[in-house]
Design a protein around this ligand. Sequence first.
Ligand SMILES: [Mn+2]
Length: 595
Amino acid sequence: MPRAPEKSKKKTAKKTAKTATKKAAPKKAKSTKKPAARKTTTKKAEAKKTPTKKAPAKKSAAKKRATPQKALTTYRHKRDFGRTPEPSGAQADGSHAGEPSFVIQRHRARALHYDFRLEIDGVLVSWAVPKGVTLDPKARHLAVHVEDHPLDYADFEGVIPAGEYGGGDVIVWDRGTWELHGADDARAAVEAGEIHVELHGEKLAGRVVLVRTGDAQASREQWLVLHKKDDAAVAGWNPEDYPKSVISGLDNDEIAARRARVWTRHGEEPGAPPVPTFDAPTADELAALDALGAKGTWTLQGRELALTNLDKVLFPARAKGERAVTKRELVRYFACIAPTMLPYLAQRPLNLHRYPDGVEKQGFWQKQAPAHAPEWIPRWHREDADEGESELYFVADSPPALAWLANHAAVELHAWTSHIPEVERPDYALIDIDPGTNTTWDELLTLARLHRTALEHIGVRGYPKTSGKRGLQVWIPIVPGPSFSETRDWVDKLSRSIAQVAGDLVSAVWEKRERGGRARLDYTQNAINKTLVAPYSVRAAAGAPVSMPISWDELDDPELRSDRWTIRTALDRLAEVGDLMAPMLTDAQQLPELG
Ligand SMILES: [Mn+2]
């Protein structure tokens, strides 16, 4: 389901921040109408804060509807925000236009549970549901009413350190908007012990009922959550069968594995996350692909792929006597290269350069994942997308995902240089040595060698690869922390010092036509959602060349060319020299100050 409502929520929240104080007044006035209904929860909250002093003295407070800030007292009291990455809710203003939101988080604390949170009066009213919220109309699941959480908790996924309250890993399992049914005051309904809601989520939909079964004064009120028998109900539906986050596409294990990286930013527990591994297609699977007609269903690692136009030529031959390259070959290459290539794509939004009519025709960029794409390819939802920008990006996480993309003629795969969800923090600094029309290959090699010398001089390890067309690139893995503007400035400084040495070879002017045919050291790709082609990606050129990692020594190989390797030779090269960029995946560095 599209998540447009969430986006408008965010934008409106900013706008309405100014008017938050104004809105407090009418709320108080409204609250005097229904004091009785709200008494219990406020009492409960008071009881938690100050267990020794109970009810009577605080009765006047019970007559007011709690402001978001007040409602979050218990939440804050339980947490040390110097230690947990959870949001403090300090900015909670609580009001926005549009439908209220809901979120369900899958939380592996001491025991696995799902946290079901409904936005009511500027906070997330919350229940811990051990067996989760389901579409199964027969299920009656226990739900324990817990403290209100701040609205920005809806975005939280990550690891709460062991020893802290709720220590464990959290993913955003589902979210969307909801509508109240059969009542006109949600807070009053909760306090009366029964609330009927219609959910519009990505996994859940339809009518859900929460009803209190235990003592309203108990410190942990017991409730039941159930799904009505409506059109959205699905018999036997089990939340555990849908374990991935609707934000990042990751499951709890994968979020937990990211812990090292997340905490590095705060200077704690350095260490690279494990590099994911993937299986290659089997010989039988490849034989089945080769045996298909022009179209048909190919089963790869349990996924059914409806392949089309397999014999269509996507790339013309590069030389006389060579065969042109068909879509079947592209699908085969992406499936075979997947185990090597996917670690460079993992947890990164993907920009696609597609050529449905072959690379001799105009291609186009596709960033937005289309609605018809299979559900098993994870998407990442970009919260802060500007108007007209893509909001839903693919994140490739399996060989079948790459094969699916190849079938859609996504010839070039450009992964972001930052990970989700912290996409504002790059984990690579990129040097793009881009030849001008007059730059010779030897001159390009000279520029690459100058970079090698400069990097050696400052003690930074860079990893070179061919662009697959005419250029060379150097990728520098960095510890996430600097912003894109910082890495851009760093690469700019480095390039300027090289340009001083090699002035007549280099142009720093962006426009190709203005740079007198000279090479350009392009630092501007160090920006969010700007990308270089991924290692092992195919390029849109005759013969289907591939962007290939190389060793620095290969700059001296007279055979080296940027487009030396193609989808027909890349796998042999890999078998021969291995993945020369693999060390980069666990070699994050701090960029030194440049004078
Ligand atoms: Mn929880």
